[in-house]
Write a protein that binds this ligand. Structure first.
Ligand SMILES: NC(=O)c1ccc[n+]([C@@H]2O[C@H](COP(=O)([O-])OP(=O)(O)OC[C@H]3O[C@@H](n4cnc5c(N)ncnc54)[C@H](O)[C@@H]3O)[C@@H](O)[C@H]2O)c1
Length: 441
């Protein structure tokens, strides 16, 4: 049933976008927005810019663009800031990342040089492969979090932004399980004051954001906001949060294929996924402890898509292996290979091979942009903001953040329906169920 529509405050003034990390993904997103603003290129891959949404019955032929259907901030109103471990401005960082054509980066140089990263909160043990030169110092983790809060206030003042969103586009930290210090805000804050070894830098940024009422998305696989202390803070203060780990390349393909196997009731004996990647992200992930964070999010999607508990004869005992190999010559041009050993009618074996020659940050940049714009939308909609966790954004993540005790939906077809039905609900349109009978009365 349609409702009367949910109140959403119009996006007035500038939206400040703060990226933690000014590496390949962040510079590709920022430079890309400017290229689109200057009409040098199209925002391909961005749901908020090019996506459409069907409304009402198929016979009504109402299919507006999403950006014309819900009140999103305009690209012209975005202003950018960042933190990074290195002092390179966005122009220098984009050249080093080597994702975009040098010619395009040169065309945007006057804009990119204005984005100079603020100094970072960092601790070497969480990312061993990088050796930074642009760091904050402080006696305690609370001191560092307070410095980040001051950075956020100063950025807001100097950029003239009315609203802010923060997105983690920084390196993957080493794997950690939720610990006692992550459980409540009280013990977490005590941990900040006493330098708990279980609080990584990413949690300092997330804590600072939430304390100041700024929505936060996490594009990497480590926990960050996905701990009770910070999730509850977001819910209490009505601040949208979401994560973890952009679902951009191989895992996106996996969550396209796996639901297909299940709907055809084809069995699975094994799925081997490997990648070669040569950018700084690949270098960080070459450390087994950092890779373990990625392995967790990359591996869990398959289990949820094929549901071995419900289909034991088909998926009860399959072998799943995921590898990432650091191979510098490739830079950002990642290549992935998947081999699926499957079986069909009467158990006869078959194989599927997928070779995806992608560009990691070209896939991730529009996702980062969409997350920023959708989180800002959620912040302007009190009914959404008060939920804290924005599960409707699951489509963007390998490890979607969901309410405690709930399993995440990984199937992309469910995820996209979830996202679009949420938008329909916000605007008081009928939800589309794809019931097979409705045109035949
Ligand atoms: N590109 C993709 O398709 C994709 C997909 C999923 C996840 N991711 C994740 O997105 C993140 C960014 O990827 P990328 O390719 O841009 O990596 P990158 O290495 O090019 O950039 C990351 C930047 O973060 C900075 N950094 C690290 N720790 C920091 C800290 N504590 N504070 C501030 N800055 C810090 C680094 O100096 C670096 O410049 C990675 O965690 C990656 O795993 C990327």
């Amino acid at each position: 049933m349609a409702n009367a529509g949910i109140p959403i405050v119009e996006p007035k003034g500038k939206l400040g976008v703060l990226t933690v990390g000014l590496g390949a993904v962040a510079t590709t997103m920022i430079a890309g927005v400017e290229a689109v603003r200057r009409k040098l290129a199209l925002p391909i891959g961005s749901m908020t810019q090019m996506g459409t949404i069907r409304l009402g019955k198929r016979t009504e032929k109402r299919v507006p663009k999403i950006k014309d259907f819900v009140p999103l901030a305009s690209l012209d109103d975005l202003v950018f800031g960042s933190w990074d471990l290195f002092t390179d401005n966005a122009y220098e960082a984009a050249l080093k990342a080597g994702v975009l054509d040098n010619r395009l980066v040169e065309q945007l140089k006057d804009f990119l040089v204005t984005i100079q990263p603020m100094s970072a909160a960092f601790e070497q043990k969480w990312v061993k492969r990088l050796h930074p030169d642009n760091l904050k110092t402080g006696a305690t983790k609370m001191d560092l979090a307070e410095q980040i809060m001051e950075d956020i206030r100063q950025f807001k003042k100097r950029s003239g932004a009315d609203r802010l969103v923060i997105i983690w586009c920084a390196s993957t930290e080493l794997f950690t399980e939720p610990c006692p210090v992550h459980q409540t805000l009280e013990v977490f804050e005590e941990g900040l004051r006493t330098n708990s070894p279980d609080i990584p830098p990413s949690m300092l940024y997330a804590y600072a954001a939430l304390k100041l009422g700024v929505p936060f998305a996490n594009g990497a696989p480590h926990l960050t906001v996905d701990i009770p202390a910070l999730t509850n803070l977001a819910i209490e203060k009505h601040i949208p949060i979401c994560g973890k780990d952009f679902k951009s390349g191989q895992t996106f393909m996996k969550t396209l294929l796996a639901p297909g196997l299940k709907l055809k009731l084809l069995g699975l004996k094994g799925w081997f996924s490997t990648n070669i990647l040569g950018n700084r992200d690949g270098e960080v992930l070459d450390d087994p402890e950092n890779f373990k964070s990625k392995e967790e999010t990359k591996s869990s999607v398959l289990e949820r898509c094929i549901q071995p508990d419900i289909y034991p004869e088909l998926y009860g005992s399959y072998f799943h292996k995921v590898r990432i190999e650091y191979y510098p010559p490739r830079g950002d041009a990642k290549e992935s290979w998947d081999n699926l050993d499957i079986f069909g009618w009467l158990g006869y074996p078959m194989q599927i091979k997928v070779n995806f020659q992608c560009r990691d940050s070209i896939l991730a940049a529009p996702m980062a942009l969409d997350l920023v714009l959708f989180l800002d939308l959620a912040q302007r909609c009190p009914e959404m903001a008060k939920k804290g966790i924005q599960e409707w954004l699951s489509l963007y993540f390998k490890g979607p953040q969901v309410a405690a005790g709930l399993y995440p939906e990984h199937d992309v077809f469910i995820q996209v329906m979830k996202l679009k039905n949420t938008l329909r609900y916000l605007r008081g349109e009928e939800l589309i169920t794809h019931l097979g009978l409705e045109y035949y009365d």
